[in-house]
Design a protein around this ligand. Structure first.
Ligand SMILES: Nc1nc2c(c(=O)[nH]1)N[C@H]1C(S)=C(S)[C@@H](COP(=O)(O)OP(=O)(O)OC[C@H]3O[C@@H](n4cnc5c(=O)[nH]c(N)nc54)[C@H](O)[C@@H]3O)O[C@H]1N2
Ligand SMILES: Nc1nc2c(c(=O)[nH]1)N[C@H]1C(S)=C(S)[C@@H](COP(=O)(O)OP(=O)(O)OC[C@H]3O[C@@H](n4cnc5c(=O)[nH]c(N)nc54)[C@H](O)[C@@H]3O)O[C@H]1N2
Ligand SMILES: [Mo]
Length: 756
């Protein structure tokens, strides 16, 4: 069973709570499809248990600290089951299908073939992938890397699934070779958050943890589809509501979590259909309107402070911040009319939000891609911090910024060195500890890598996980760029588009999944990951590997490194025998990883110290810095719409589980566009009418998606939304943020009309 394109698309607005029995039913269907009814539940009970199980390979929401041991969600279950499927892609499969034939298969069909089982090499003559030994595969990578004129002709991509130990070895290999070309999925995800928090607070991460969530008086949840993409947050929201905390959702769409939920793991709630509210206020800004909204709240708080001195935390501002006067002036100089126009929210509602903020002793602002994937994502996150600083919502319990990271270890990747713009101090220490001479010039990120492949400046592309071909913007352009490489190497668990769209030579290197036992000479190994709230803990696989020929990700990195760096003094082989040895080196090389091997084995692991949390700001001024950026103009030009690309409930990034999007009431349809009913009427479009979508890029070039079906939806006028990765066809490569270099995936300028 798979998505059934022949099934009639359906749309019935959804009125049920998030999670609960709908989720349970969907999970059962999924387990049945993957024939995992026996093993699935057993593995799931092991997931996220303190140091005895594996970390959920899904999202980066932290584990339940109270040891409920049932901290699981529908999408986590799907995710684990997807990895544990019994289906296999073996050499027989590749012998039966040419790559040209596979290129006509759907992405769903490719991944649905199951787990990869042995290394494969693309054979140009027969147009087939053919088996290759690990030894020969590594030799091929080594040769290609050694033959480059310049190490910067290679680029090393990371998807945020990779554990810390493999991550550390991977960046070490790249830097020992001599390049900082380390693009990763966070270049498309939270780059803006990292840059903004770094500039404002001197740390690239949020400062709060789950305990703060449990203590806060007001939560502002911005631009995240909680019920689908961070479902374990539902528990925190329900608990907060129970305590009487205020919960304000800020999203052009009223998502399922913005109403009520059945706490996903509370069996009593499930049995009694007891719903808990997860919101006290919903605000629907226009796409890109968040910065104006934050500015409006700040303006209201400042206005109030004239008569109510407690509206501001003046003592905090004086002692810990920099740039307040200028920011106050900018807020005062921004007229309400502009704030209303740019945010798309009326002054009355903004004042209501400001009152919630003013009345709360402790506030947390949490956000995800709805805030970051914009031209002005950095300014918006900085405006969030500005607002928090006004009332001293930092460095104390229950208060602070809390970005929701995506992939389960995307935050750990950056901590452990995946950074195309590394700090000089990081490199100094790496040089000293690992006795290498790392390059100092900045490397390429995701967009830069695609451009360089297209020019022929990057000739070898290595993908540690992920699905670069589909995840990146401008699909046809990215395909061409990958095709232009001398060698593409994909380290993967399942077959995907990035294997089919390949360089002149290509390798598929299949690896263990996080659920699987990693047996090395020194015994059973574990790896570590870091969640959204900077907790680092161990993950131990417990399943028999999908195939005896799989290697672990650290072993694959080490294999490539030894072949590429024959004279290396790095003890690659010894590292792989026992990952404790990698951790011992990391303990010396990385800030906050002192005594790594002991602390990571503590029951819940350990938290990486956050200087900003202790009110230590590693900024030029030594204080938390207000920013005073002007409001951008985000109002779509006449006749155009701002289109946001997003995930459905039944997908994991480029992996599509089904064509349903339960909480948005959609069945059997992905080629859709959600629109405001008035915008549809104006264009003579009715529900389910086919429409043509045209995007216009910065450089004036146009891209098209035709025959998508229009769905009337509760979304502000001038806004539209649809699904990634399909809509990456509309995202031009040149449309990346000048502030973060992130592709602008939530604000694509489009026109939509009835299909020609
Ligand atoms: N099940 C599941 N879980 C996932 C993933 C998955 O694919 N499936 N992906 C993981 C990854 S890598 C990431 S990065 C996260 C992504 O998590 P999300 O950020 O939730 O991802 P999207 O689906 O892109 O949804 C973006 C949300 O932002 C809203 N939005 C769009 N434009 C704006 C705007 O201008 N302002 C505001 N305020 N909101 C806006 C949309 O309505 C939508 O609710 O989830 C992670 N978790
Ligand atoms: N238009 C648009 N585009 C987007 C986004 C958007 O909102 N809109 N979001 C962006 C974001 S936030 C992200 S994070 C990227 C996602 O970009 P990626 O991380 O590159 O993509 P995924 O779809 O998560 O990767 C799925 C593949 O990972 C491999 N895989 C799964 N598990 C493992 C494992 O344990 N090890 C290894 N080595 N491989 C594994 C499988 O082969 C699977 O096919 O997409 C970005 N693209
Ligand atoms: Mo992401």
């Amino acid at each position: 069973m798979g998505p059934a394109p022949e099934a009639e698309p359906e749309f019935h607005p959804y009125h049920h709570p998030a999670a609960g029995w709908g989720a349970a039913k969907s999970v059962t269907r999924f387990l049945l499809r993957e024939r995992e009814l026996v093993d699935g539940p057993r593995a799931i009970m092991k997931m996220n248990h303190e140091n005895t199980g594996f970390d959920c390979p899904g999202c980066a929401w932290p584990d339940d600290t109270k040891g409920l041991k049932l901290d699981i969600c529908e999408n986590g279950i799907k995710h684990v089951t997807w990895e544990m499927t019994r289906k296999r892609v073996d050499r027989k499969f590749f012998a039966e299908h040419t790559v040209s034939e596979l290129s006509r298969w759907s992405d769903f069909a490719l991944e649905d073939q199951g787990r990869l089982t042995e290394p494969m090499r693309y054979d140009l003559e027969s147009d087939h992938y053919v088996p290759i030994s690990w030894k020969d595969a590594f030799a091929m990578v080594g040769r290609a890397l050694r033959e480059l004129d310049d190490p910067n002709q290679a680029s090393f991509y990371t998807s945020g699934r990779l554990g810390n130990e493999a991550t550390f070895l991977y960046q070490l290999m790249a830097r020992e070779l001599g390049t900082n070309n380390l693009p990763d999925c966070s270049n498309m995800c939270h780059e803006a958050s990292g840059r903004a928090l770094q500039a404002s607070l001197g740390t690239g991460k949020g400062t709060v943890d789950l305990k703060d969530w449990e203590a806060t008086d007001a939560l502002f949840i911005m631009g995240v589809n909680v019920a689908s993409n961070a479902p374990r947050m539902l528990t925190a929201l329900a608990e907060a509501h129970h305590r009487g905390a205020q919960i304000v959702h800020i999203n052009p769409l009223v998502e399922a979590a913005a109403t009520r939920t059945i706490v996903p793991h509370d069996i009593m709630d499930m049995a009694l259909f007891k719903t808990t509210r997860t919101s006290t206020l919903n605000v629907q800004p226009r796409i890109g309107g968040d910065m104006a909204l934050m500015r409006g709240m700040a303006k209201a708080v400042l206005e109030q402070s004239r008569t109510d001195p407690k509206a501001l935390d003046q003592e905090f501002i004086d002692r810990h911040t920099w740039g307040f006067e200028k920011y106050r002036d900018v807020c005062e100089a921004t007229p309400w009319e502009e704030i209303e126009l740019q945010s798309g929210v009326g002054r009355g509602d903004i004042l209501k939000m400001a009152r919630v903020y003013r009345d709360a002793d402790r506030s947390i602002v949490s956000w995800c891609l709805g805030v970051t994937q914009h031209e002005h994502g950095v300014d918006t996150v900085r405006e969030i911090v500005n607002l928090l600083l006004l009332r001293g919502n930092l460095g104390r319990e229950g208060a602070g910024p809390s970005p929701v990271r995506g992939h389960s270890n995307v935050q750990g990747n950056r901590t452990c060195g995946i950074d195309h713009r590394p700090h000089p101090e990081f490199l100094d220490r790496l040089a000293e500890v690992c006795k290498i001479d790392p390059p100092r010039e900045h490397g390429l990120d995701t967009i830069g890598t695609i451009q360089a492949m297209d020019r022929g400046d990057v000739k070898v592309f290595i993908g540690m996980g992920g699905n670069f071909a589909l995840a990146a913007p401008d699909t046809p352009y990215t395909y061409e760029a990958l095709g232009n490489c001398e060698l593409t190497v994909q380290v993967s668990t399942k077959l995907n588009r990035s294997h089919i769209v390949h360089g002149r030579q290509a390798l598929i290197l299949p690896c263990l999944g996080r659920t699987e036992k990693d047996q090395q000479r020194g015994g059973l190994q574990s790896t570590s990951v870091e969640d959204s709230m900077s907790m680092v803990h161990l993950s131990v696989g417990m399943k028999r590997p999908a195939s005896p020929h799989l290697l672990s990700e650290p072993a694959i990195v080490a294999g490539m490194a030894r072949a590429a760096l024959p004279d290396s003094d790095t003890p690659w082989e010894s590292y792989i025998e026992d990952y404790d040895r990698i951790r011992d080196t990391m303990a010396q090389a990385l800030d906050g990883f002192e005594d790594f091997n002991r602390r990571v084995r503590l029951p819940l692991g350990f938290r990486i110290k956050q200087p900003a949390r202790e009110l230590v700001f590693l900024t030029p001024s030594g204080a938390a810095e207000f920013s005073s950026a002007p409001l951008p103009d985000v109002v779509p030009a006449a006749g155009t719409l701002a289109l946001g690309t997003m995930r459905s409930h039944d997908q994991w990034n480029t992996t599509i589980y089904s064509d349903n999007d339960r909480y948005r009431g959609i069945k059997n349809l992905r080629t859709l566009v959600f629109m405001n009913a008035d915008d549809m009427r104006e264009r003579g479009i009715e529900e389910f009418d086919p429409v043509d979508i045209t995007s216009t890029a910065k450089d004036g070039s146009k891209r098209h998606l035709n025959g998508y079906l229009a769905i009337p939806y509760d979304i502000p006028r001038g806004c539209a939304a649809g699904y990634m990765p399909e809509m990456n066809i509309l995202c031009a490569l040149v449309d990346y943020s000048t502030q973060s270099d992130q592709p602008i995936m939530k604000h694509v300028k489009v026109t939509i009309g009835p299909a020609a």
